[in-house]
Design a protein around this ligand. Structure first.
Ligand code: AMP
Ligand code: MN
Ligand code: MN
Length: 344
């Protein structure tokens, strides 16, 4: 983490709040991923070690969690905003945008600490510790632990490790740094059992997950000479594969791996909730020449340069046209966005 002067000041202010305050609520983004959960558990472990009262919050809409995260120690967990919210310090973890938190009551905390690594974080906290060079939010939590002299228990170390490996794609993405590996080493020393974690996260796979991957690969689409590689999964695909929503996790890495791909897109039809029938789009870039967070932001989403997402009401054809133009604007600005007018 290269910490700017502002970053250093923010870190000190966050450490002071943690030392001085007594009651906390820990919150993360909707559809929590490995980093969201690892950061929650890491921060809870840190506060507990200091004798503070803290609870983790996850909306009941996000429960049960994806199968691979169900063994995580999410205790004490609440699913309704607490009545004493105005007396608590609320810590938002791994959340670039407060609109990704459905429960508005959570904004009513005495202090709002925004701890995150998304470069497009909107700075919604009363105190913002945003470190875009951190590989994951769990890395920032781990750094705060160091700042307060707390050594993680094996269970907390495992949760932080899950944040680290999921956000770095198992140490494969460009956010992987010497510091990420130093963190991994420290977490292994704190008791992480590497093969057990990887088996639970990436193997031990229900049949429906492999069926869903097969369906996605069978109807792969490529546009503009393969620069855009895309697959769409309908609600019916999930039903016939007997797949839970989270089973599509990881499919985009297969699309991204395909030779010639500049941007991979996985489109999933939402089968429940307020946005039922709309599509959640995940984007991954393979290099520096396309910033997919720009494309996601144009549709009200966000993310990182090489991993971003949004939810949209556009239909299939409109979505493809939008993506092709948005990608061409970055890859071929000289063409003035005319790529989508040409045949695929
Ligand atoms: P995903 O494709 O869901 O794995 O998300 C990749 C990245 O994009 C993550 O860093 C998310 O935080 C971010 N992201 C995904 N969906 C949204 C959204 N609707 N709004 C803001 N950021 C998002
Ligand atoms: Mn996340
Ligand atoms: Mn993250």
């Amino acid at each position: 983490m290269s910490t700017s002067t502002d970053g250093k000041a923010a870190r000190e202010l966050v450490l002071t709040r943690i030392r001085d305050d007594e009651r906390f609520l820990l919150v993360t983004h909707e559809h929590p991923d490995g980093d969201a959960l690892g950061s929650l558990i890491g921060m809870h472990g840190l506060l507990s070690a200091l004798g503070k009262r803290s609870e983790m919050f996850i909306s009941s809409e996000d429960l049960p969690l994806p199968r691979e995260y169900r063994a995580l120690p999410l205790e004490p967990l609440i699913t309704q905003p607490p009545e004493d919210i105005a007396e608590r310090t609320v810590i938002f973890l791994d959340c670039g945008n407060i609109d990704r938190i459905a429960a508005e009551e959570l904004r009513g905390g005495a202090h709002l600490l925004n701890i995150d690594h998304h470069h497009d974080n909107t700075g919604f906290g009363t105190l913002n510790l945003v470190e875009p060079t951190a590989s994951c939010t769990a890395e920032i939590v781990w750094d705060l632990m160091g700042g307060l002299g707390v050594v993680p228990s094996p269970a907390v170390a495992e949760a932080l490790y899950i944040g680290l490996i999921t956000d770095t794609g198992r140490f494969m993405y460009e956010n992987t740094t010497p510091r990420s590996h130093r963190m991994a080493a420290a977490l292994l020393e704190a008791g992480v059992e590497v093969p057990i974690v990887y088996r639970r996260l990436y193997e031990d796979m229900p049949t429906g997950k492999l069926t869903l991957l097969a369906m996605a690969l069978a109807q792969l689409q490529r546009y503009d000479g393969g620069e855009l590689t895309m697959a769409s999964l309908s609600a019916e695909d999930f039903r016939s594969a007997e797949a839970e929503e989270s089973y599509s996790e990881g499919i985009i890495d297969q699309l991204r791996a395909l030779q010639g791909t500049k941007v991979a897109a996985l489109v999933r039809e939402l089968s429940s909730g307020e946005r039922k029938g709309q599509h959640k789009v995940s984007l991954r870039a393979t290099g520096d020449d396309v910033d997919v967070s720009v494309i996601a932001r144009a549709q009200g989403g966000g993310g990182h340069r090489r991993a971003a997402g949004f939810t949209t009401g556009l239909d299939g054809g409109e979505l493809v046209a939008f993506l092709r133009v948005a990608i061409a604007e970055q890859l071929h600005p000289e063409r003035n966005g005319r790529a989508a007018a040409a045949p695929a």
